[in-house]
Each structure stands twice: as structure tokens, then as C-alpha cells.
Design a protein around this ligand. Structure first.
Ligand SMILES: NC(=O)c1ccc[n+]([C@@H]2O[C@H](COP(=O)([O-])OP(=O)(O)OC[C@H]3O[C@@H](n4cnc5c(N)ncnc54)[C@H](O)[C@@H]3O)[C@@H](O)[C@H]2O)c1
Length: 259
């Protein structure tokens, strides 16, 4: 397994013996998290809307892959049944699947577009937590990591729906951290700044990622666009015993943008 941006020796056993489910793990940040978790010893399961459905796991860039629309309760319930059948339990849930908003004036935004963003970015957190809570509790050492965004704390004009969805993701993370502390399930979030993934194109009216990277990087105090592996590093910390008593936080991985 080639791990871009990470020295191969860095974390070979941090997640040994754990099973991790990563939604949105086919692309971008989710893919980097799935790769780093597997390289750190975890069994990785990926759930993504872009994978084909079926009774057996699908071919996937990393781990075993299952089709799931995380905004749809029946689809999440099917995924939970499929994962339960593998008999590996579940220790770590990473809710990374998400959709962007192309900058939209509020008066031209449709109800359908608003609802889709809220359903994929927020309702999914409720559904995935609800349907995977039993194995996470049984783990005795459960961890949920929600990929939120810097715009959840520093919103942007034209991104009302996306900003609202990520602020809700942060509040959901905090409320669940309190609710699940007694069950030894830690719940944390990460706020990435602009990260070099296919999603950047979705924020930029379909312009090529390489065309827009420079303008995003110029807004970041450290002068660099965030790499998916930068976010994966924070996820690995939050998933591991290094963060044994860390719950209810959201870590900014943003080169100082939120300060
Ligand atoms: N790229 C950024 O600048 C940035 C910044 C902050 C936060 N984020 C957040 O990080 C997360 C990952 O984004 P990314 O940049 O890696 O994007 P990406 O487009 O590269 O990957 C998103 C993945 O989610 C999957 N997905 C979309 N809708 C789904 C659904 N309904 N059910 C299941 N899977 C679905 C896609 O198929 C894709 O594989 C998202 O939650 C996003 O909001 C991204």
C-alpha cells in the first residue's frame, strides 16, 4: 500500500485489532483516512454511494466496500446488517461522506438543493450513529469521528446551506459526545479547511480542481492548501488510544484559517 505523504514506518500498529467503517471512503479525505487506518493495522470497511450494491463486498480502492446512501435510512440499515454479518464488530465510525454547495444566492436556492445538503451532511450523522451504535457500545472503546468543516464556525456568503449543515454537524458531535460518554463511545469532529479533493470543483461551479487550488491556498495563513493526508493524521489521533479521554472536540486542520 502506497501512502502518499506519510512515512511508511509512522503508525504501523496504532489501530491493530480494530475495525473501522469510513463513509465516503472512495474519494478524497475519506480515502486518505481509510488508507491510513489500514496502514495502522485496522480492518477497514468503506461505505459509499458510488459503489455498486450487492450481497458481497465490492471492489474498492482500500478495505472492503459496500454501497450505501448515508442519507437514506433503509440503505444505512442494510449496510449495518451487512457489516454485522462479517462478525468483526465495529470500533471506529468515520462519517466523512458529504456534498458541497456551489456558491448560490439564497433567493435562487431550491428547497431540493437545500434538503439534499442537509440530508447528506447532517441526517447521515444521525442515521449512521443510530444504526451502528450497538457494535460501537459493545466495543467498549468506541470512537465516532465526524468530518465537519471550518465553515461550520466561520461561514461563507453563498454557502448558507453547506455552512448550516456543518455547524449542525459540530453541534451533533458535541451533543452525542455527552450522550455516549457513559457508553465509552468518544465522539469527535474535524474541521478541514479547503482541501485538495474533487469536492473543490463542486464549490467552484465545476472548475477544475487544479485551476482553483491557488485561490483557496491564498486564503490560508500557512499558504498551503490542506492535503487529505493532513486530515487523516488528525483522524488517526482521534481514533486511537492517544485520544483516550478526548471527546466532544472538533480539531481544525486548516493552516490557521479559522483563527
Ligand atoms: N474538500 C474540502 O475542501 C472540504 C473541506 C471541509 C470539509 N470537507 C468535508 O469532507 C468530507 C469529504 O469530502 P471530500 O473533499 O473528500 O469530497 P469527495 O467528493 O472527494 O468525496 C466525497 C465522497 O462521499 C461520497 N458520497 C457523497 N454522497 C454520498 C451519500 N449520500 N452516501 C454515501 N456516500 C456519499 C462520494 O461518492 C465521495 O466518494 C465531506 O463531508 C466534506 O463536506 C471537505
Amino acid at each position: 500500500m502506497t501512502l502518499p505523504d506519510f512515512p511508511a514506518h509512522l503508525t504501523p500498529t496504532l489501530l491493530q485489532g480494530r475495525t473501522a467503517l469510513v463513509s465516503g471512503g472512495v474519494s478524497g479525505i475519506g480515502l486518505a483516512i481509510a488508507q491510513l487506518f489500514e496502514a495502522s493495522g485496522a480492518k477497514v470497511v468503506v461505505a459509499d454511494i458510488s459503489l455498486l450494491g450487492g450481497e458481497a463486498p465490492q471492489s474498492c480502492p482500500v478495505g472492503s466496500g459496500w454501497h450505501c446512501d448515508v442519507s437514506d435510512e433503509a440503505s444505512v440499515a442494510d449496510l449495518a446488517k451487512s457489516v454485522a454479518k462479517t462478525g468483526n464488530g465495529l470500533d471506529i465510525l468515520v462519517n466523512c461522506a458529504g456534498v458541497p454547495q456551489s456558491s448560490t444566492a439564497i433567493e435562487t436556492m431550491t428547497v431540493e438543493a437545500w434538503d439534499r445538503i442537509m440530508n447528506v451532511n447532517v441526517r447521515s450523522l444521525f442515521l449512521m450513529t443510530k444504526h451502528f451504535l450497538a457494535p460501537l457500545k459493545a466495543s467498549g472503546n468506541g470512537a465516532i469521528i465526524n468530518i465537519c468543516s471550518t465553515v461550520g464556525v466561520r461561514p461563507k456568503a453563498g454557502l448558507a446551506a453547506y455552512s448550516a449543515s456543518k455547524a449542525a454537524a459540530i453541534a451533533t458531535t458535541q451533543a452525542l459526545a455527552l450522550e455516549l460518554a457513559k457508553d465509552r463511545v468518544r465522539v469527535n469532529g474535524i474541521n478541514p479547511g479547503a482541501t485538495e479533493t474533487p469536492m473543490l470543483s463542486g464549490f467552484s461551479h465545476g472548475r477544475e480542481v487544479q485551476e482553483v487550488v491557488g485561490s483557496f491556498a491564498s486564503q490560508i495563513p500557512m499558504g498551503e492548501i490542506i492535503r487529505p493526508s493532513d486530515v487523516a493524521g488528525a483522524a488517526l489521533y482521534l481514533a486511537s488510544d492517544l485520544a483516550r479521554l478526548v471527546t466532544g472536540v472538533t480539531i481544525n486542520v486548516d493552516g490557521g484559517r479559522t483563527v
